[in-house]
Design a protein around this ligand. Structure first.
Ligand SMILES: *Cc1c(COP(=O)(O)O)cnc(C)c1O
Length: 436
């Protein structure tokens, strides 16, 4: 009954060519499909919740460009506004009314920031937020959590050192050890480790950065009481709390995780959805905190293409639709429905897999028990994801090409599409567990 997707010959040929031009054939590493089988898909077009590759195969898309496309592909309003803007020129390097419109829309609907600065990527947003935290406090160390990703910022490409040491070890070549040592790494959901690091280092810590909805290493949903305790400890020790909401912002609600959990961070970073599919990032905070930023204050940060008008118009067209009443409730409703089909099917078969979900994010966790920390993930189980990914590509369903990636449901994924996808995933799960 399953339709069989033929082959990836054209994608394979394009990938062979791309290897001549780009390291590993790609411009961002996970695109190379190293954790799954076969050549990466070269995507030609997307419409709604589906994408089409260069071999004319169509897929239900749950990667959605790694999160930005909460309205699906080729959203009509975004497309029309972008075209209208492009006709007037692509960049001026001056303030524009479009920047004002997007800034006002965001600030009018977000109780947790009073001022915002646009940049061009999530990485840039985080890098700038960290500089702001250091500039505002005059301290230099940053605490991050194992399993949270914050872009390819030097001081955050670190993991916990060996033993009990919380000083970071870089996870990339090219990061001097002294930079890595400015970062302290502790496990998620571990109040004791948090208290210890604050006791030992609070006088040197500028800020603690967390993905309040950790979604880059599986979906490691935290207990709200842990996040509240984190907030309280930061106040008590004079340490700034930075929420990296590059994924959760505009995803778990217009106000992101800050709004969902009713927690006021000191600085919030955004990216992905904020640009409506164009390269935009941002960071925001109180008027007072943002007064540290140049030209008002001494913390320098700039960008030739920052608040680019075409990108601003895409972001504005996207976020206007998200601000409509009921948008996020509907997203969550359809996602929960989709996940309940998968959960019920796999529970009925006693498959050791479960599906954590929040808002319109989900993860396929090949484990029996709830996972809240990076070290609870069994890397060996990624072999199962590899089989699942392959079988789903054969059937016309595209997940991000790694078992550590979460899936995203967009507004374009209607109930029928989700039922179709769920049937394909259940069928593929049978093959995954027949193999073990
Ligand atoms: C994607 C992501 C980033 C990096 O954003 P880029 O636009 O890829 O630079 C930073 N933080 C989080 C939480 C992310 O998910």
């Amino acid at each position: 009954m399953s339709k069989t997707i033929n082959q990836r010959n054209n994608s394979a040929a394009h990938f062979a060519e791309a290897k001549k031009y780009f390291p590993g054939g790609v411009n961002s590493p996970v695109r190379a499909f190293k954790s799954v089988s076969g050549p990466p898909l070269f995507i030609r077009s997307g419409s709604g919740c589906r994408i089409m590759d260069e071999d004319d195969n169509e897929y239900l898309d749950f990667c959605c460009s790694w999160g930005p496309l909460i309205l699906g592909h080729d959203n009509e309003l975004i497309r029309e506004e972008v075209i209208a803007t492009v006709r007037k020129g692509t960049s001026f390097g001056t303030p524009t009314v479009l920047g004002n419109k997007l800034g006002k829309l965001i600030l009018d609907h977000n109780r947790f920031i009073e001022k915002i600065r646009f940049v061009s990527s999530g990485t840039e947003a985080v890098m700038s937020a960290i500089r702001l935290a250091r500039g505002a406090t005059g301290k230099s160390k940053i605490v991050k959590f194992e399993g949270c990703y914050h872009g390819h910022v030097d001081s955050l490409l670190v993991k916990a050192g060996s033993g009990l040491a919380t000083f970071g070890e870089s996870t990339s070549a090219g990061i001097p050890e002294p930079f890595a040592r400015e970062t302290l790494v502790i496990p998620l959901n571990d109040l004791e480790a948090l208290d210890q690091v604050l006791e030992d280092h609070a006088d040197d810590i500028a800020g603690i950065i967390i993905e309040p909805v950790p979604a880059n290493n599986g979906l490691l949903l935290q207990n709200p009481c842990f996040l509240l305790a984190l907030r309280e400890r930061c106040y008590a020790h004079g340490v700034l709390l930075i929420f990296d909401e590059v994924i959760s912002g505009f995803r778990v609600g217009f106000e992101g995780a800050a709004g969902l959990y009713h927690i006021q961070p000191d600085i919030i970073t955004y990216g992905k959805i904020i640009g409506g599919g164009m390269p935009v990032g941002a960071y925001g905070a109180s008027h007072e905190m943002m007064s540290n930023i140049a030209p008002d204050g001494p913390v320098y940060q700039a960008g030739t293409l920052s608040a680019n008008p075409v990108a601003m118009s895409a972001g504005y067209a996207a976020l206007r639709q998200l601000a409509a009443p009921g948008f996020f409730a509907d997203q969550e409703y359809r996602t929960k429905y989709f996940i309940s089909i998968l959960q019920d099917y796999c529970a009925g078969k006693n498959y050791p897999v479960h599906f954590p979900t929040i808002g319109s994010i989900f993860w396929i966790a090949f484990a029996q028990n709830r996972i809240q920390r990076a070290d609870q993930i069994d890397p060996k189980k990624m072999e199962l994801f590899k089989i699942l990914h392959h079988e789903l590509l054969q059937r016309g369903c595209y997940l991000g090409p790694s078992g550590y990636e979460v899936g995203f449901v967009s507004a374009a994924h209607k109930i029928e599409d989700l039922e179709e996808a769920a049937a394909l995933i259940c069928e593929a799960m049978d093959l995954v567990f027949a193999s073990v």
